[in-house]
Ligand binder design. Structure first.
Ligand code: RET
Length: 282
């Protein structure tokens, strides 16, 4: 006699598959990723060329600005070729009744490459603002650490439980508090220290800082609507982030480097630091 269950008479167990709705990028989103990659590469090339006639000791802002668009180029290359992405699946959400909709699940495409990009480039953007304003190292470092925590919170929120969970919105909330800490540090200390650098630098810092503040604040709003509540399709999300990224990186960079060229008092002399390290007291 056989002992395998296939010989046991009775009802055949059946698995009822949960219908799945995939929210993924389409042709428009895909093309947008490639175009953004090309624009980031082009900007990197122009930024590198802009440092051509600048002595190495005065290239700090050029180096940081170029690095920012180089990292963005890598991130967009990864996303355009289908890397740095995954699907986050959860039970669907009924937006009218505000309850889970158990009839199907939703798997939304998450481009985690963005968070790798942001974790590297937003600290560099903050560093530029702090260097421009003359913010001390301690406060610059605190702002940068809070900024990295902010981005990691966004990553955990994006990759954690997919539905409208306390976990997801908890990470998001912690991220928003970290962001407030960043603004507090850069705006408060920056506006205090920049006055010593004169009117021109003050005006430039204020312009760049307000521009950055408006743009940066759009990111958590878009995140909440698109990645968080899943109220837009993936292509729309890609296009909005592209506009923000182009303004926050290449446009910000051109503004900074062109103004910097016309304002010798924005130069930062690292020569002493490179050759002697930081001085000790006493
Ligand atoms: C997240 C979600 C968690 C809460 C907050 C966020 C803020 C993100 C920001 C991103 C800025 C990106 C930039 C990219 C440059 O190209 C992570 C979306 C507050 C501020 C400037």
């Amino acid at each position: 006699t056989s002992t395998t269950s296939s010989h046991v008479p009775g009802p055949v167990p059946t698995v009822i598959p949960t219908p799945t709705e995939y929210q993924t990028l389409g042709e428009t989103g895909h093309r947008t990723l490639w175009v953004t990659f090309a624009l980031m590469v082009l900007s990197s090339g122009i930024f590198a060329l802009m440092s051509w006639n600048v002595p190495t000791s005065k290239r700090l802002f050029h180096v940081i600005t170029t690095l920012i668009t180089v990292v963005a180029s890598l991130s967009y290359f990864a996303m355009a070729t289908g890397h740095a992405t995954t699907f986050n699946c959860s039970t669907a959400w009924d937006h009218h009744k505000h309850v889970p909709d158990t009839s199907h699940q939703v798997c939304r495409q998450v481009f985690w490459g963005r968070y790798v990009d942001w974790a590297l480039t937003t600290p560099l953007l903050l560093l530029e603002l702090c260097l421009l304003a003359g913010v001390d190292g301690a406060h610059t470092l605190m702002a940068i650490v809070a900024d990295v925590i902010m981005v990691l919170c966004g990553l955990f929120a994006a990759l954690g439980e997919g539905g409208n969970t306390a976990q997801k919105w908890g990470w998001y909330t912690i991220g928003c508090f970290s962001y407030l800490f960043v603004i507090w540090h850069v705006a408060l200390h920056g506006s205090r220290t920049v006055t010593a650098k004169g009117r021109g630098v003050s005006r430039l810092f204020t312009g760049l800082a307000v521009f950055a503040l408006l743009l940066w604040t759009a990111y958590p709003i878009i995140w909440g609507i698109a990645g968080g509540a899943r109220r837009t399709n993936v292509d729309t999300e890609i296009m909005i982030y592209t506009v923000l990224d182009l303004l926050a990186k290449p446009v910000f960079g051109f503004w900074l480097l062109l103004s910097h060229r016309a304002m010798p008092e924005t130069n930062i002399d690292l020569a002493g630091y490179w050759s002697h390290g930081l001085a000790t007291e006493g």
